[in-house]
Design a protein around this ligand. Structure first.
Ligand code: NAD
Ligand code: UDP
Ligand code: UDP
Length: 314
């Protein structure tokens, strides 16, 4: 059977996850419109797609309305790293909230299916472990992370209200820490920071004592999950946790990266940022059931592939 060519909008398409998603959609034969304001994304990330006939690029800030004709929307636009989302916190909230209203208005007019890149941060500093979708979270509404956490929580509210009120087909994914090639080297997130530091022989900066945990998912697994979720029936709305349930302390992560890079960098400890979640691990039984998905790339293999990428340009 011929592939039915869909018109797909990816907001934040020049970012880390967005560029991998654009690549996968273009390869699948869809007509892809990538929209980005290049706040944290870069043209370099989607350079290889620029000559492809089924790829288009538009510089646009999603806090402003956008009128295009599409069948599916993946809404990824939003800075994701604490240093970037705290740089202009008001713009971060606007991107999540005004941005969501605009893409939802667009989906309402075009009857497009719409996917939201929500986050494990909606659980805040979680008091239940591992986190299931039923948990309402533990978020400081006035702290430094609130522009991101509360912005994403409000975006979820808007998605569910447009679903209930205007019968939109929505897919809300709660993404847990994801890493891989094309993370920005100055992105500030832990995997990119440690790899860059290890490769340059600079000190590895552990914030706090390093006992806080995260569960790291390799980017290819995550993109498979996005596309499988988008293909589900209308009744499957989420919110759905997407992530790799293998949990590591930040100290364990540092040691693994030191071993894999054979680096002689020293570990140093710096102040723990305020409201830094103590632990995080997804319960992915819903994703296993609804989209028959689970991650296939383990941390060592994923780190090796990411280190190989960073070695290419450092
Ligand atoms: P990223 O910073 O690499 O990508 C975000 C992209 O959005 C960038 O290209 C940026 O320029 C663009 N952008 C920001 N504000 C915009 C605006 N107002 N208008 C248009 N474009 C805008 O981050 P990422 O890791 O690729 O994250 C993508 C999405 O996934 C984000 O919504 C993030 O919240 C979510 N997410 C990511 C992770 C992760 O671990 N990578 C975890 C949870 C959720
Ligand atoms: N919108 C958009 N593109 C469209 C349709 C709507 O950007 O194709 C924006 C529009 O600016 C509006 C928002 O989406 O403010 C919400 O649209 P909706 O139809 O829900 O609300 P209304 O226009 O009635 O305020
Ligand atoms: N972290 C660290 N050193 C760094 C960067 C981050 O110890 O150079 C810690 C950070 O305090 C947090 C964890 O690593 O506990 C994950 O941080 P990241 O910013 O990657 O993601 P998030 O906190 O949003 O999950």
């Amino acid at each position: 059977m011929d592939h039915i060519r869909k018109r797909v909008l990816v907001t934040g398409g020049a970012g880390f996850l967005g560029s991998h998603l654009c690549q996968a959609l273009v390869d699948a034969g869809d007509d892809v419109l990538c929209v980005d304001n290049y706040f944290t994304g870069q043209k370099k990330n989607i350079e290889s797609l620029l000559g492809r006939p089924n790829f288009e690029l538009l510089r646009h800030d999603i806090t402003f309305p956008l009128y295009v004709e599409v069948d599916e929307i993946y809404n990824l636009a939003c800075p994701a790293s604490p240093i970037h989302y705290q740089f202009d916190p008001v713009q971060t909230t606007k991107t999540s909230v005004h941005g969501a209203i605009n893409v939802l208005g667009l989906a309402k007019r075009t009857k497009a299916k719409i996917f939201q890149a929500s986050t494990s941060e909606v659980y805040g500093d979680p008091k239940i472990h591992p986190q299931t979708e039923a948990y309402w979270g533990h978020v400081n509404p006035i702290g430094f992370r609130a522009c991101y956490d509360e912005g994403k929580r409000c975006a979820e509210t808007l998605f569910f209200d447009y679903h209930r009120q205007h019968r939109l087909t929505i897919k809300v994914a709660r993404i847990f820490n994801t890493y891989g090639p094309r993370m920005h080297p100055n992105d500030g997130r832990v995997v990119s920071n440690f790899i860059v530091q290890a490769l340059k022989g600079e000190p590895i900066t552990i914030y706090g004592d390093g006992t806080q945990t995260r569960s790291f998912c390799f980017v290819d697994d995550m993109i498979d999950a996005f596309m499988a979720f988008m293909a589900t029936a209308k009744a499957v709305t989420g919110p759905m946790n997407l992530g790799n349930p293998s949990e590591f302390s930040i100290l364990e992560l540092a040691e693994k990266i030191l071993a894999l890079t054979r680096s002689r960098s020293k570990i140093i400890h710096e102040a723990l940022p305020k409201d830094d979640p103590v632990q995080r691990k997804p319960d992915i039984s819903l994703a296993q059931r609804e989209i028959d998905w689970q991650p296939t790339v383990g941390l060592e293999e994923g780190l090796e592939r990411t280190i190989f990428y960073f070695k290419g340009f450092l």
